[in-house]
Design a binder for this molecule. Structure first.
Ligand code: HEM
Ligand code: HEM
Length: 141
């Protein structure tokens, strides 16, 4: 994988390991109070970061955007604060709520930024997509 695709894939694996460990601990303890945290770590973390990773790998025009690293860091920082904060919130640490709120807005802003990067790349990219070499794992930027 190349560039920001590799970063998103690494982040996705991190979320999968944390989210599944939390799911296991919920199942073993039979305490499901962290279900919203688990659901967001696996769905908004593991699944969304994986989608971003494969998208950036398959669409070089998006990967080459100067906004792509900003999308990665905004998603990573806000996502980790959001999900870590949610864990504390579900445990009863209500003081963290403002941080969770701000992180949610940051996470949404990351998705908006992705729309700005991805939509022009897919609508302009028909000609480039016709080249099979774009889909090679070894294709350059
Ligand atoms: C080691 C693997 C996993 C374990 C042990 C596990 C365990 C659990 C448990 C105990 C619950 C709470 C169920 C309830 O109280 O009704 C739950 C909910 C959930 N899990 Fe997992 N899980 C695992 C992996 C995953 C994965 C990989 C995904 C998605 C990619 C996922 C998505 C969800 C979702 C979305 C919910 C919330 C369901 C709802 O809203 O009713 N889980 N999981
Ligand atoms: C700005 C980002 C987001 C915010 C603020 C947010 C907020 C919420 C809230 C308030 C709930 C209800 C929780 C409850 O009743 O216990 C919820 C549930 C859920 N959300 Fe999100 N969400 C966000 C993003 C996402 C994304 C991107 C996904 C999936 C890709 C997702 C998947 C889910 C799932 C599966 C549930 C059900 C989990 C459960 O039953 O506890 N969310 N979300």
């Amino acid at each position: 994988m190349l560039g920001v695709a590799r970063h998103f894939f690494t982040l996705a694996i991190f979320y999968a390991l944390c989210g599944m460990a939390l799911g296991l601990s919920m199942a073993i303890s039979q305490d499901h109070s962290q279900m919203p945290t688990h659901a967001h770590i696996v769905a908004a973390g593991w699944l969304m970061s994986s989608v971003f990773a494969f998208f950036y790998q398959l669409v070089p025009a998006a990967r080459a955007s100067r906004l792509a690293p900003i999308h990665f860091w905004l998603s990573a920082v806000s996502g980790i604060v959001l999900m870590g904060g949610l864990f504390l919130l579900m445990r009863g640490d209500t003081w963290i709520e403002p941080a969770v709120g701000i992180a949610s807005i940051g996470f949404y802003a990351g998705m908006l930024l992705f729309a700005v990067i991805a939509l022009p790349a897919v609508w302009r990219g028909e000609k480039a997509d016709a080249q099979p070499s774009q889909f090679s794992l070894n294709a350059g930027r």
